[in-house]
Design a protein around this ligand. Structure first.
Ligand SMILES: NC(=O)c1ccc[n+]([C@@H]2O[C@H](COP(=O)([O-])OP(=O)(O)OC[C@H]3O[C@@H](n4cnc5c(N)ncnc54)[C@H](O)[C@@H]3O)[C@@H](O)[C@H]2O)c1
Length: 336
């Protein structure tokens, strides 16, 4: 199958080429993001492979279908960036990688928590400048703290498993509680109870119309003063303006973000020579208790290897009619 891979970085090429044994598929790597303007670059392809900030809206999908593309291969679990109704209208099949390494994202979530708490990022810089003062670096024991997990699917469950090892009390909110979490001692509660009781709140639900700005001014009012809020899920689950207000009035004591609602214009590129035009993002960077990473939760060798393997297996299954095709359809209620 001819597959055009958009938003391709050198690491995508490394892992996809390594996985594409015997050149089963013909892979073409393109740096530009996929959108209505760049879709014409897929001319001659049977499938396109897209990443999280590619724009798979009606215009893009129409353009792809007109060029003969039949299959959209998402190299992500999330599919909130795809207009599934439009894909159906255009006769396009959409497939994704449902789970490639929940541990990668769960471990990165833990890294944000530990770094924010013990301020290892600041300590690193201090020691390099021969400043061995501990002023301002005081943290807290995670042991016996209450951690609220919103969304206990594959990543939320892996995260619960890590946190149970720290001796934390675990609360969760999810419309579909799972037994694995219950066995870890997770107490399922309603959202207001979780918001009010948790020292740390971590988001692991998908971005859907219901979860858009789930963390807004009203939710912040219900939280413990000084709460640690972590979002490694999707940016728009958090209302950035409300969170900035929460940082200013000290409701939020720590904020860790791996995703940002307007990340499309910022992340995955070296912008160190550029001026940041996003004033909300620039404001977030001014707080000493905010730690932001550029959507790297998934970024481990194991995850990249699984993403390449499952994406190409989806292509093979679509082409041959054999094996598992991880198709995304409109019927699916809980996108990840
Ligand atoms: N930062 C990264 O690099 C990265 C990588 C992979 C996935 N993600 C994001 O992590 C999120 C979780 O991924 P996953 O693989 O665990 O998904 P999953 O589908 O396995 O789990 C999602 C869970 O959220 C629950 N949920 C749905 N609506 C909810 C709501 N309104 N409130 C609370 N819970 C709700 C579902 O019932 C499900 O249990 C996804 O949004 C995905 O896009 C981020």
């Amino acid at each position: 199958m001819n597959i055009t891979i958009f938003s391709a970085k050198h690491y995508d090429r490394t892992f996809f080429d390594r996985t594409n044994t015997n050149d089963r598929h013909t892979l073409r790597y393109l740096e530009p993001r996929l959108n209505a303007e760049t879709a014409s670059l897929a001319e001659g392809a049977d499938a396109v492979c897209a990443f999280v900030n590619d724009q798979l809206d009606e215009d893009t999908l129409r353009e792809l279908a007109a060029r003969g593309v039949k299959l959209i291969l998402l190299r992500s679990a999330g599919f909130n960036h795809v207009d599934l109704a439009a894909a159906t209208r255009q006769g396009l099949t959409v497939a994704r990688v449902p789970a490639y390494s929940p541990h990668a994202v769960a471990e990165h979530t833990l890294a944000l928590i530990l770094t924010l708490n013990r301020q290892t990022h600041r300590a690193f810089n201090r020691v390099r400048e021969h400043n061995f003062s501990l002023e301002g670096l005081i943290g807290f024991d995670l042991h016996q703290k209450t951690v609220g997990i919103i969304g206990t699917g594959t990543i939320g469950t892996a995260f619960a498993s890590l946190l149970s090892g720290f001796g934390c009390r675990l609360l969760a909110y999810d419309p579909y509680p799972n037994d694995a979490c219950k066995e870890l001692g997770v107490d399922y509660v309603d959202l207001p109870t979780l918001l009010g009781a948790s020292h740390i709140i971590s988001l692991h639900c998908p971005l859907t119309p219901e979860t858009h700005h789930l963390i807004n001014a009203e939710a912040l009012e219900q939280m413990r003063p000084g709460v640690m809020l972590i979002n490694t899920s999707r940016g728009a689950i958090v209302d950035t303006r409300a969170v900035i207000q929460g940082l200013k009035n000290e409701t939020i004591g720590y904020l860790g973000l791996d995703v940002y609602e307007e990340e499309e214009a910022l992340f995955f590129e070296d912008q160190s020579e550029q001026i940041i035009h996003d004033d909300l993002f620039a404001r977030l960077l001014t707080f000493p208790n905010v730690l932001i990473t550029g959507h790297q939760g998934f970024f481990t060798r194991e995850a990249l290897s699984n993403i390449a393997r499952i994406t190409l297996a989806n292509a093979t299954a679509f082409e041959s009619g054999q094996g598992t095709l991880h198709e995304v359809t409109l019927k699916r209620q809980s996108p990840a």
